[in-house]
Design a binder for this molecule. Structure first.
Ligand SMILES: Cc1cc2nc3c(=O)[nH]c(=O)nc-3n(C[C@H](O)[C@H](O)[C@H](O)COP(=O)(O)O)c2cc1C
Length: 221
C-alpha cells in the first residue's frame, strides 16, 4: 500500500467483525510497532496482546463502565452553566463529541466482540510520549493488512482493575498508555476530515497564517 494511502485513511475504525485476526498479521503489527522511535531509544514499552475471549469479556465490562462514566460526565459538565471555563465546550465541539460518541458507544457496547486488543504500556517516561509513535506504527501496519483499529485511552482511568485482570504487577512502574482495538472493518475506509491546514499552521512566526488554501486533502481516492 502507498504510504500516503495508509496515512490518510488510518482512522478510528471502531465497528469491526468478530472474525479472528491471523497470528502472522498480529506479529507483523507488533513487529512494526517496535520499529518506532522512542526517547534515547530506550524502548521502555510492553505490548500485551489479548485475543482470549474470557479476558476480552472482563476487559469489556471495565471499558463499558468507564466509557459511560466518561461520556456522561463530559456531556453533563458541558451543559452545566456553573462549570469551570476549562470544562465548558463550545457548541461545535459538543456536536463533534456527540457524533463521535455514537461510534464510540457502539464500541463500548460491542467491545467483547472485538477480536484483538493490544494494550500499550510504558515506564520511566515522565511525558508518556515515547509510546505513541509505536502505537501509530502498529495502527498503520494494521491498515496495511486491511485491519481497522481504534486508539482508546479511557480504560487507563481504571488501571487497577485492568492490571488485576491481566496479572500486570502494580509495583513495577508500568503505566497503561492506551488500548488499541482491532478487527476487520464493518464499514468503508475513507479520508479523515480535519480542520484545514491554514487554520492550524503558522509560518515562521506565531500568528502568521500560511494561506496555502488546502481546502481538499492532497491525497484522495
Ligand atoms: C489519545 C487518544 C485517545 C483516544 N481515546 C479514545 C477512547 O477512549 N475511546 C474511543 O472510542 N476513541 C478514542 N480515541 C479515538 C478518537 O476519538 C479518534 O481518533 C478521533 O475522533 C478521530 O477519528 P477519525 O480518525 O475517525 O476521524 C482516542 C484517540 C486518541 C488520539
Amino acid at each position: 500500500m502507498d504510504v500516503f494511502e495508509a496515512l490518510y485513511t488510518t482512522r478510528a475504525m471502531r465497528r469491526v467483525k468478530e472474525d479472528p485476526i491471523p497470528d502472522n498479521i498480529i506479529k507483523s503489527m507488533i513487529d512494526s510497532a517496535i520499529r518506532a522511535p522512542s526517547g534515547s531509544n530506550r524502548q521502555n514499552w510492553k505490548f500485551l496482546v489479548v485475543t482470549d475471549k474470557n479476558i476480552r469479556e472482563k476487559l469489556s465490562n471495565i471499558y463499558r463502565e468507564t466509557w459511560d462514566y466518561y461520556i456522561n460526565s463530559f456531556l453533563n459538565s458541558a451543559k452545566d452553566p456553573g462549570a469551570s471555563s476549562l470544562k465548558k465546550q463550545n457548541d461545535k465541539d459538543i456536536e463533534t463529541i456527540r457524533r463521535i460518541s455514537n461510534s464510540a458507544s457502539w464500541l463500548a457496547e460491542n467491545y467483547h466482540k472485538v477480536p484483538l486488543l493490544v494494550l500499550a504500556l510504558s515506564r520511566n517516561d515522565p511525558t508518556g510520549s515515547s509510546i505513541y509513535p509505536a502505537i501509530w506504527n502498529l495502527m498503520l501496519a494494521a491498515r496495511g493488512h486491511g485491519i481497522g483499529t481504534c486508539l482508546t485511552t479511557v480504560m487507563s482511568f481504571e488501571t487497577e482493575k485492568v492490571f488485576e485482570v491481566l496479572n500486570i504487577p502494580n509495583d513495577k512502574g508500568w503505566t497503561l498508555n492506551a488500548t488499541i482495538t482491532a478487527g476487520y472493518p464493518l464499514g468503508k475506509w475513507g479520508v479523515a476530515e480535519r480542520k484545514p491546514v491554514d487554520d492550524v499552521t503558522y509560518l515562521n512566526t506565531w500568528g502568521n497564517k500560511t494561506n496555502w488554501n488546502l481546502e481538499q486533502p492532497l491525497w484522495n481516492y
